[in-house]
Design a protein around this ligand. Structure first.
Ligand code: NAD
Length: 338
């Protein structure tokens, strides 16, 4: 399958690399709107660089070589992952439609841009054969993975306090740099509705604050369950779920800084951790609730989801086959991080 990546930022560059690692996919090229250092790097990496027609002159003036326009890239492709800046994809959808190309959108777009919102573990089958699929945001992907790992216990409601990173490490113009900001003040935050775009009837409440860090998000989740569970059942369920890793009590890890250091130490490129990282010692059960705290690496968690979403649009590979193929190719694990 020939796949294009429209938009080469935090998400697009990682998805483009992941596509190159799939046996059943070929990366046609990537696009950027501005001739900055990343555009120069794309050429150095030997990846085809395409640009919006109106940006051609900017690239030419700066002497950055391009292979053609976004439209030309699309003509060579069977499908596209749109990872353009939030709010840009709606404009591009008309192009994808006119060329009859399936597209995978990102969580920064409204849910109605696509025929289905997507979380590989929770609703792969709903996206099978759909032309337009939207991978939900990093926070929503984390919540959904955790909820779906527990669905065997019968979930009656979910509450999540989301502690969000302020910006990605490369973003120099975002904040706050000295504040804890309620985002939003009015609850629930949009994450609850985003989760419901995948699990339509889930009783879920979310609220969020933003803190001055760039490393990861933290979620503090409470699930009310209908069935009976012991702590060991919850741990067992998490250990058997793809794309979730546990931090053992023995590790003594209690911060996102240490988690990222582990990612570096074990040789993860860019210190990416597409798995949800859950603290085993944070798991607490009472009569009817399970509480758990976990970390979400915002820059990489949606990467495997994008790969599975591309396969789902083609409708040829089953859910677990796709998840396994993706995870093997990207070195994504289950079990214990440490
Ligand atoms: P980004 O700003 O890092 O990258 C966006 C890219 O799109 C840039 O390379 C830019 O040049 C390109 N672009 C902008 N306008 C374009 C146009 N008209 N044509 C072609 N390319 C264009 O953004 P990002 O953080 O990668 O986010 C992309 C999407 O992924 C958003 O919907 C966002 O909400 C979602 N998302 C982001 C994160 C995250 O933590 N960064 C996590 C999950 C989902």
């Amino acid at each position: 399958m020939k796949v294009a990546v429209n938009g080469y930022g935090t998400i697009g560059k990682r998805v483009a690399e992941a596509i190159r690692l799939q046996g059943d996919m070929e990366l046609v090229g990537v696009s950027k709107a501005n001739p900055d250092y990343e555009a120069i790097l794309i050429n150095k990496l030997g990846i085809g660089l395409y640009v919006p027609e109106e940006s051609l002159k900017k690239f030419e003036d700066k002497g950055v070589k391009v292979k053609g326009t976004v439209e030309e890239m699309m003509r060579k492709s069977d499908a596209v992952v749109d990872a353009t800046a939030e709010g840009t994809a709606q404009k591009y959808k008309a192009l994808y439609q006119s060329m009859n190309k399936p597209a995978v959108f990102q969580g920064g777009e409204d849910a109605d841009i696509a025929d289905a919102s997507f979380s590989a573990l929770c609703n792969y089958d709903e996206a099978i054969g759909k032309k337009y699929v939207r991978v939900v945001s990093c926070n929503t992907t984390g919540i959904l993975r955790m909820v779906c790992s527990m669905k065997g216990f019968g979930i009656s409601s979910v509450n999540v306090d989301i502690i969000r990173r302020a910006a990605d490490p490369r973003e120099v113009k975002k904040g706050p740099i000295n504040s804890i900001t309620l985002d939003p003040v009015k609850v629930p935050s949009h994450h609850a509705d985003d989760v419901k775009s995948v699990i339509h009837d889930l009783n879920i409440f979310t609220r969020a604050v933003v803190v001055p860090t760039t490393l990861m998000h933290i979620h503090q989740m409470t699930l009310r369950i209908k069935g009976k569970a012991e702590r060991k059942d919850i741990i067992g369920s998490i250990l058997n779920t793809p794309r979730i890793l546990l931090l053992s009590p023995a590790s003594g890890v209690k911060s996102t800084a240490e988690i990222i250091e582990i990612a570096r130490d074990i040789g993860r490129k860019r210190s990416d951790l597409p798995e949800v990282i859950a603290f085993e010692d944070s798991i607490f059960l009472d009569e009817e609730s399970v509480m758990i705290t976990y970390a979400v690496h915002q820059e990489s968690i949606v990467v495997p989801e994008n790969i599975d979403a591309i396969r789902a649009t083609q409708g040829k590979v089953s859910k677990m086959d796709s998840i396994n193929m993706t995870d093997r190719s990207l070195g994504i694990k289950m079990g214990y991080l440490i």
